[in-house]
Design a protein around this ligand. Sequence first.
Ligand code: ZN
Length: 365
Amino acid sequence: MSGPNTDYDPVEVAAVSPAELEAARDAALAAIAAAADLEQLKAVRTEHAGDRSALALANREIGALPPQARKEAGQRVGQARGAVSKALTARQEVLEAEHEARILVEEAVDVTLPTDAEPVGARHPLTTGAELIADIFVAMGWEVAEGPVIEAEWLNFDALNLGPDHPARTMQDTFWTEPADHHVVLRTHTSPVQARTMLTRTPPIYVVCPGRVFRTDEYDATHSPMFHQVEGLAIDEGISMAHLKGTLDHFASQMFGEGITTRFRPSYFPFTEPSAEVDLVCFVCRGVDSDQCRTCRGEGWIEWGGCGIVNPRVLQACGVDSERYSGFAFGMGIDRTLMFRHGLEDLRTLFEGDVRFTTAFGSEL
Ligand SMILES: [Zn+2]
């Protein structure tokens, strides 16, 4: 029969032997030092200082030792566990400090960096388009003239040979201002600027007048109650239809490209005699294989505007000596011209202020 284990040598208990404890401690310290971040340190803590770690096992073994061996074994185990615990705390502090420093760097905002929070806009294509047209004429020595959009009825109609009973007067659906007996309208064309110019200047006169005009039209893909016209007027001695044709051919080629010319078709306007519709060689197909062309729809020509030799009655109404001077005038829609030039399907895109449209076309001209 055996007695109590009074002679038990603690060195023989493997888990608490100095060599085993030293190995377990060194493995723990090496793993702690190698932990690169807090996540890895957490795993190291579980493995080397958790309930199932070698040091925890050794701690539990102490209770099984004979009383005289417990104190010494307890000290060894305690020192090893203390060293590991201290190393864990120290490494934890280092890694937390590194983590905070990294967040400060990674999430730092440099308020001095350039930003695109306010994108650069573009001028509206109607503005740049009207300026391009004006530039073409200024290069020929013409002047740019402007007039009010709220206009006297007489200047909008009567001065231009559109008397009160003239049928053409009802052709232009007019916005009248109140009260009606003041005879003030929103101008239906830019032609009153011509009348104003002739009334205040003496020939020779070469002016081009871009501007807004108003008619009581529906608002749809091809109509608008407000649109833009450009009008030209030349008054000088010996002005003929040939000058008009040459001027418009030059205008067309500058606007749409070399080789784009015009043709005239007989027409009627009260303020010119003779009068003509102006067509433009289709600048897409140039009249070749036009059957396939969507722009001119097989015509080879595109309607562009109206023109003619200024009616002598208009010259007389505006105080110009019609025996000595003659002149020509023409007018076309700026909106329509830009629609051709940019291939726009819908007139309304010009008026609805969408910055995507403005940015795309506004910096092109
Ligand atoms: Zn065509």
